[in-house]
Design a binder for this molecule. Sequence first.
Ligand code: GLA
Length: 361
Amino acid sequence: MQGVRTFAPGRIELLGNHTDYNEGYVLSMAIDLGITADAKVRSDRNLLLHSEQSDDGALIPLDAELSPTKTWADYPLGVLKELLKKGVKLGGCDISFSSNLPLGTGLSSSAALEVSTALAFLGLFGEKLDKLEIAKLCRAAENNFVGVGCGLLDQVSSLFGAANHAIFLDCRSEEVEQIAMPPDYRWLVIPCAVKHELTGGEYNERREQCYEAAKRLGVPALRDANMAMLGGDIGMSDVVRRRAMHIVGENQRVQAAIPYLRKGDMKDFGALMYASHESSRTNFENSIPELDQLVDIARKTPGVLGARLTGGGFGGAILCLVDEAAAEAAGHAIAGKYRDQTAHSTTPIVCQSGAGAQILD
Ligand code: GLA
C-alpha cells in the first residue's frame, strides 16, 4: 500500500483513577475527537514526521539509534522503536498528523498520537497485530521512550472504543468489555485552562508510592488490597497509606458503578464520581485548586449528576455527567462562574462517544 490514513480517538476516564498500573479496574469511553495520521511510503529509509500544530518537521533515518528529543515527536518515535524491537518490517515513510483533540486537557492526545502512528506503520507495511498487542506496544513506547510510566487505560480506550458504549478494562486479566451507555445523558469536559504538563514527575512518583504500599502490605498489587488492611499501624507513612486508600476506593467505585451503568441509574453513578474526586483531592493529591473549584461549581449547577477530575490529574480537566437536555447550558454556566471566580477562560466540550482507532483508507 502506498498511502494510508488512520484515526485514533482521545478518551475520557469515567471512573477508576490511577488504577490501571495497580492491576485494577477502569471505566472509560472513546470520544469522537482524535488524531488523524496521513502516511505514505518513501523510496529511502527515512521517516519524516510533520504535525499541523507545529512548524518543525523531523527527518529520522530509520536505522539510526533513536534517542528522545523531548518534543511531541517522541510519541511516534517511541512507537517506531517498539515496532522495530518486535521485528516488524518497516520502510521509510512520511507521516503527517492533524488533530481536533485539545492538547493538555487530559483527553489523552499522547495515546491518540501513538495509536494513530502504530496503525499507520502497520497499514503501510502490511503487518498485523491484534488490538491488545498494539495497545501494549504503544504503552511500552510511552514507558520506555517518553519516560511516563502510564498503564494501559489510554491506549486500550483509543483502540477498543465503540459508539454509545463505555469500556470496562480489567487491568489484570486485560479483558475488555464494552457496556452500552444509557441514552439521555452527556459527558461534559471542562478544561481548567491552567498549563501543567504531565511529563512524568508527579505521575511516576504516585506510581512508586502505590508500589511501595503493595509491597508493605505483602500483596502483588493494590488490586489485592482492601480498606481493612489499611487500618492500624501497618508500617507505612500516612502519605503512602492515603495513596493506597485512593486506589482501593477507586476499584470499589468502578465495581459499584457497573450495575448502575447497566440499569441506567446515573444519579448513583454521579455520586461515585463526586466521591472519586474527593479521594483525588484528599488521598491521592493529584487534584489542583482550579479542578476542585470547577467540581464545586459543577455540583451547584442544574442538570449535573456528578463531576470529577479525569485522567492523570495535576491539571487537565474535570468531567461532568449531565442530563442531555441540560448539557450545553450547564457547560456555559460552569465556564461563566469559573471565569468570574478565577479569571480563567475555558471552553466546555460536550463529548460524543466514538468508534475505536482504525485505518480509514
Ligand atoms: C494517565 C495515564 C493512564 C492512567 C491515568 C490515570 O491518563 O496515561 O495510564 O494512569 O492517567 O487513571
